[in-house]
Design a protein around this ligand. Sequence first.
Ligand SMILES: [Zn+2]
Length: 419
Amino acid sequence: MAAHPVRLGPARPRARRAPQRRLARRETRGDRLPHRRGLAHPGAPAVYAEWPSADPEAPTVLVYGHHDVQPAAREDGWDSEPFAPVVRDGRLYARGAADDKGQVFFHTLGVRAHLAATGRTTPAVHLKLLIEGEEESGSPHFRALVEQHADRLTADSVIVSDTGMWSEDTPTVCTGMRGLAECEIRLYGPDQDIHSGSFGGAVPNPATAAARLVAALHDEHARVAIPGFYDGVVELTDRERELFAELPFDEERWLRTAKSHGTQGEAGYSTLERVWARPTAEVNGIGGGYQGPGSKTIIPSSAMVKLSFRLVAGQDPEHVREAVGDWVPAQLPDGIRHEITFSPATRPCLTPLDHPALRSVVRAMGRAFGTPSASPARAAPDRPPTSRTCSAHRCCSSASPSRPTAGTPPTRRSTWTCS
Ligand SMILES: [Zn+2]
């Protein structure tokens, strides 16, 4: 697929080798972020730069981005070399143009514009820039990096630019991201596959147990039926619901993007609310028993279910994990044993609409776009750490959850960031 297009200035080459050195040099060229360096850690290179304000009382803003991209080849369907930027119809097409090098580049343009417009020689805020190199592979070393350099990275506000916007002409800010918890459940019945003619009807079947487990996951209103799952959930405010509803949402178009033939979800919520601001449970995989051609009259010895949960602000992944751990055995009949394996979780995050930093961002975007205000939207994790599938809105980040900007189809972020 072609890269998601973003409007950029002159094409610039991709950073394929030594991204730390090249980015530090290129992305700050002309903007002269005076202090820049690579941050030492065991993972792929991370770039750090800072530019203190002349005003010692100014707040500190840390901008996060990433310079790595998913692998890509011409054979994937690109019209041009993925790593060689091409301008067509005023747009730059290249690997990472929209995820996330374009955003990083725009931050540097923003600094330049800010200085030019105000005549300042330093930014109005203490500016810090952290560009990591492992986002596309789940940021395995990011937590350690942040902890190791906590003193340097301390800030009043963090801006995550690894998100999107509703559309070119609808300025939006991503105010939150959903988190993620995932598990694999293995169910065990007989010690080996056994003959249904001899034993069928008299012993529990793990495949049946798996089906019942999945069927019990939601109630008739499509709410997650695990006791305690919704504990702590930060409900949508009336204002948020208004702002979501104001977005020009075309469900038919959204469905085409989703490659789905219908919508469904938690009763009482719109599609955008469901994908941005509500927690979910999904069955990612289910299996067990004979899968080959023809029939085989067995009671299988095991079955498997893979589940994932999108979490919203206020939910504690550890609490959800415990709730799932209590719920699963309660669904199983005697004679079915189980094992649950949880993957590392991602926490949700949400910035309140009345946060001063958010107000500033909205005001600035409104000015830049010539509109009175920009609509906040929520998004979802850029990408689950263990999966290549992107998701979306009440934004989140992979190392930590959140909401993306309105605009792009929230639930199918893959279509605009992972192409
Ligand atoms: Zn990204």
